[in-house]
Ligand binder design. Structure first.
Ligand SMILES: O=P(O)(O)OC[C@H]1O[C@@H](O)[C@H](O)[C@@H](O)[C@@H]1O
Length: 301
C-alpha cells in the first residue's frame, strides 16, 4: 500500500467500513461497506464506480471493458461533468463534459452515520485545470452510501466576478436488458434530439430504448423512474437544482466504435443524467453556491 493511501486510511479510514486501497488499474480508490450497501469510489474524478444495496444486484453499471488510467474518463459509474456539459462552447480541444471527471480529488471528510457512510471529496485545482477554468471556484461532491445513494455536487464561486457553469451527474444505471426497460416521468416534456441534429421534439409516454438515444430533456420534473422488468425493480431518481435530464444509450454500432463498452454492454446500461445542460446553465454571482442533488432508490416491482 502506498504512503499516500496509508495516510488517507490513518486520517479518514473507518475500521470495517471505509478503506482506501488500490482499485481497478491500480488507481487510488476507497471501498465502503456498511449494513446497508457497498460502494467503490475512485479518487480520480471522485468517480463512484459501484453502489450495491445489501441483497441487491449492482444499481450502478461500470463497463467490464472500462479503461482505468490516469487522466482518462472511465466508462460507467457516475462521472461528474463540470464546469461544462458536452463540448466546450468555444474551445473544441477542451475535454468533453469538462475536466472534473479526469483529475484527482481529495477526501475532506468521512463519517459513519446511522443512514450510511458520508464522504466528501474536493477537486484539486492544478495549472492544467486553471488554464481551462481561470476562476476561483470550489467544487465538492458529498455522498451518502446507504439504502439510498445521495449525491450533492456543490459549486462555490469564491471569486470577484460571476461565473456560468453546466454540470451533470452522468450516471450509468444497470438494467437487466435495456430493450425491456421504460423510463417514466418525462411524458409531455420537450427535448433536443442529438441523433437528429438537435431537433426539438416532445416525449409522449415513457422513454423506450430500442435504438441509439441521445436526448436532452428540458425543464424536467424532479423525479423519474426506470422500470426494469428483467431485474423486477424500479430505480427512482429524485433531484433538485437540475433543470435538464439527459438520456443516453449509444446502441450497437456506436458502442462497438467506442471500444470500452464491451460486446453487449449497451444492453445492460442506460444513462439518465441529472444535469444543467444546453441553454440550461447556472450563473453564480461572487459568493454564490449551487447544489446539484440526487437520490437514487430501488423499489421492487
Ligand atoms: O464518451 P463520453 O464523453 O463519456 O460521452 C458519452 C455521452 O454522454 C452523453 O451525456 C452525451 O449526451 C452523449 O452525446 C455522449 O456521447
Amino acid at each position: 500500500m502506498s504512503q499516500h493511501l496509508d495516510a488517507l486510511n490513518h486520517r479518514f479510514g473507518v475500521s470495517g467500513q471505509v478503506k482506501f486501497k488500490p482499485g481497478p488499474g491500480g488507481m487510488d480508490a476507497v471501498e465502503v461497506t456498511n449494513e446497508h450497501a457497498s460502494a467503490t469510489i475512485l479518487l480520480q474524478g471522485a468517480h463512484l464506480i459501484d453502489w450495491t444495496p445489501k441483497g441487491e444486484k449492482p444499481v450502478i453499471w461500470t463497463s467490464p471493458e472500462a479503461k482505468f488510467a490516469p487522466g482518462k474518463s472511465v466508462r460507467g459509474g457516475v462521472p461528474v461533468c463540470w464546469p461544462w456539459f458536452g463540448p466546450h462552447p468555444t474551445y473544441a480541444d477542451f475535454p468533453a463534459h469538462g475536466f472534473a471527471r479526469t483529475v484527482p480529488w481529495e477526501p475532506i471528510a468521512v463519517k459513519a452515520l446511522p443512514e450510511g457512510t458520508w464522504l466528501a471529496f474536493r477537486l484539486i485545482p492544478t495549472d492544467a485545470t486553471r488554464t481551462m477554468w481561470p476562476h476561483a471556484t470550489e467544487l465538492v461532491l458529498q455522498m451518502v452510501i446507504g439504502k439510498t445513494l445521495d449525491l450533492d455536487l456543490a459549486t462555490w464561486n469564491r471569486g470577484n466576478t460571476s461565473i456560468t457553469i453546466g454540470d451533470a451527474l452522468h450516471t450509468y444505471f444497470a438494467v437487466g436488458d435495456v430493450r425491456f426497460a421504460k423510463i417514466h416521468g418525462l411524458h409531455m416534456v420537450e427535448y433536443l434530439d442529438k441523433v437528429d441534429g438537435g431537433a426539438r421534439k416532445v416525449q409522449l409516454g415513457p422513454v423506450i430504448i430500442d435504438r441509439e438515444v441521445d436526448r436532452i430533456y428540458l425543464d424536467t420534473p424532479d423525479t423519474c423512474v426506470i422500470e426494469d422488468t428483467r431485474f423486477a425493480r424500479r430505480i427512482r431518481i429524485s433531484k433538485q437544482n437540475s433543470h435538464s435530464t439527459v438520456v443516453w444509450n449509444p446502441w450497437l454500432a456506436k458502442a462497438a466504435a467506442m471500444g470500452d463498452l464491451g460486446p453487449d454492454g449497451y444492453l445492460h446500461m442506460v444513462c439518465v443524467e441529472s444535469a444543467n445542460a444546453a441553454d440550461d446553465v447556472v450563473t453564480l454571482a461572487p459568493g454564490g453556491e449551487h447544489h446539484l442533488w440526487v437520490r437514487y432508490q430501488l423499489e421492487p416491482i
